[in-house]
Design a protein around this ligand. Structure first.
Ligand code: ZN
Length: 148
């Protein structure tokens, strides 16, 4: 007889499977990375994107000249942009301290200073792979801008 835990595990598996099938939804097509890189450069030559949403919109617009089914998520667009020479500016807001870089997932370098009571306080987080940099409690990306 399956234990409760095993049933939950099974349900989790099913959920993951559903997510996978969603990704192969026949009404949308996932563009290859090189195509996205090409469209990204071409689009940003015309104008910069002042948010991740805007970036997705201009990429989709470019992609759909090739195939109207092409689609891309904000996260994927950002991660591909990180692999190119596109300059990414990240504004941050207050929020919990992340374990990994919230922009690219890489490890973070922490900087500390001592407060008046001599306690160690986290004053900065920076990523060695991308341009993410948080200071004074503002750790969470709030707005991105992308330009060439
Ligand atoms: Zn990063």
């Amino acid at each position: 007889m399956p234990t409760k835990r095993r049933v939950q595990k099974k349900q989790k598996k099913r959920k993951r499977k559903n997510q996978r099938t969603q990704r192969t939804d026949p009404s949308t097509k996932i563009p290859q990375r090189d195509i996205v890189k090409f469209v990204l450069k071409e689009s940003l030559q015309k104008r910069k994107a002042t948010s991740q949403k805007e970036l997705v919109e201009i990429i989709k617009k470019g992609l759909r000249k090739g195939d109207s089914k092409y689609s891309i998520t904000g996260k994927r667009a950002r991660l591909i942009a990180l692999q190119t020479k596109v300059k990414i500016k990240v504004n941050t807001r207050h929020g919990p301290v992340p374990n990994k870089c919230p922009v690219c997932g890489h490890g973070l370098k922490r900087s500390y200073s001592k407060n008046l009571l001599g306690r160690k306080v986290l004053t900065g987080l920076s990523c060695s792979r991308c341009r993410y940099h948080g200071t004074e409690g503002k750790w969470i990306p709030s707005r991105y801008s992308f330009s060439l």
